[in-house]
Design a protein around this ligand. Structure first.
Ligand SMILES: [Zn+2]
Ligand SMILES: [Zn+2]
Length: 273
C-alpha cells in the first residue's frame, strides 16, 4: 500500500506497468471466477443442477468471442482503476484507508449506498441502451449472446464498458468508502454478473417470494432479459423493474419451474418457454 501511495503513476512507464498489472488482475478475476463457476455447475455438480439449467446450446465460437470482448472490457476497467489510484494519491477522492476514520457501521452502509446508486445508474443506462439506434451501436454485442454463460458476464462493446466504468470513480469524489469495501464491491459486481449469466438458477425454491430474495436478480431473471429484450433491466436488484413495471410477468412462474416448485410447463405461458 505504501509503495502504491509513494510511486508517481503519472510517469508513462509506471502508468503502463500498473495498467498491465491491473489488467492481469481484472482479467484473471473474471477468467478464474467464470471458469470455476462454469466447471462447478456444468461439471462437478452437473447432476445436482441439471433440472435448473436454462440454456439449450451455445453458438459456434461464442465463448471465444465473449472472452475476447471481456479482455477489452478488462483493459478499460484496468485503466479506470489506475486513474482512480492517481486521483486518490492526489487527494481528490473520498477513498480512505483507516478503518476507524468513520464509525464501523458505516462500512456495510457505504457498500449498500454504492450498490443502490450503481443499480439506479445502470437501470436507466440500460433502458437508454435499448433505444434502437443506441442498441445497434453500443449494446448489441452483449445481446449477441442469447444463450448466456458465465463467460458472457464481461462481454460488452468498449463504449458500454466505458459507460459502466465511469460510475464508481465519479462516486469516489462524493461518497466516502474504505478501500476494502471498494474491493469487496468490485468482487460482488463480478460475482453477481457471473451468477446472472451462468445459465443455471442457483437460488433456492421460494426465493421469488422471500422478503429479501424477491429483491435480488438471479439467472432466470436476467436470462429472460437476454431472450425477451424488453423486460428485466436491473443489475443487482429488482426494485426498479418492479416500480417501473418492466419486470417480466412470466418471471415468477419460470423461476418456480426451474426451482422444482411446478412441473415443467405447468403454468408457463408459451411465449416464455
Ligand atoms: Zn440489455
Ligand atoms: Zn446480460
Amino acid at each position: 500500500m505504501k509503495a502504491l501511495a509513494a510511486t508517481d503513476w503519472t510517469i508513462s512507464g509506471n502508468f503502463l506497468l500498473l495498467t498491465s498489472l491491473f489488467f492481469t488482475i481484472v482479467f484473471l478475476r473474471y477468467a478464474l471466477l467464470s471458469g470455476l463457476y462454469h466447471k462447478l455447475l456444468f461439471g462437478w455438480l452437473r447432476h445436482v443442477f441439471s433440472h435448473r439449467m436454462l440454456q439449450r446450446r451455445y453458438t459456434p465460437g461464442q465463448m471465444i468471442r465473449e472472452i475476447a470482448w471481456s479482455a477489452i472490457t478488462s483493459l478499460i476497467f484496468a485503466v479506470s482503476g489506475v486513474l482512480m489510484l492517481i486521483l486518490w494519491q492526489k487527494g481528490y477522492t473520498r477513498l480512505y484507508t483507516d478503518v476507524f476514520q468513520y464509525p464501523l457501521w458505516y462500512l456495510p452502509v457505504s457498500l449498500m449506498i454504492y450498490m443502490l446508486i450503481h443499480e439506479t445508474y445502470y437501470y436507466w443506462l440500460h433502458r437508454w441502451m435499448h433505444r434502437p439506434d443506441i442498441f445497434r451501436k453500443i449494446h448489441k454485442v452483449h445481446h449477441d449472446s442469447i444463450e448466456t454463460s458465465s463467460w458472457t458476464s464481461f462481454s460488452f462493446h468498449p463504449w458500454e464498458s466505458i459507460l459502466q466504468a465511469v460510475v464508481i470513480p465519479v462516486l469516489l469524489f462524493i461518497i466516502p468508502i474504505h478501500i476494502f469495501v471498494l474491493l469487496a464491491l468490485l468482487v460482488l459486481m463480478t460475482l453477481s454478473a457471473i451468477i446472472n449469466h451462468a445459465g443455471v438458477e442457483v437460488y433456492p425454491a421460494g426465493f421469488e417470494r422471500n422478503p429479501i430474495g424477491k429483491w435480488l436478480i438471479g439467472a432466470v431473471h436476467h436470462d429472460i432479459h437476454h431472450k425477451k429484450f424488453r423486460y428485466n433491466f436491473g443489475l443487482y436488484f429488482t426494485f426498479w423493474d418492479k416500480w417501473m413495471k418492466t419486470e417480466s410477468p412470466d418471471f415468477e412462474s419460470k423461476f418456480r419451474e426451474k426451482t422444482g416448485q411446478t412441473r415443467v410447463g405447468d403454468d408457463i405461458p408459451s411465449g416464455e418457454r
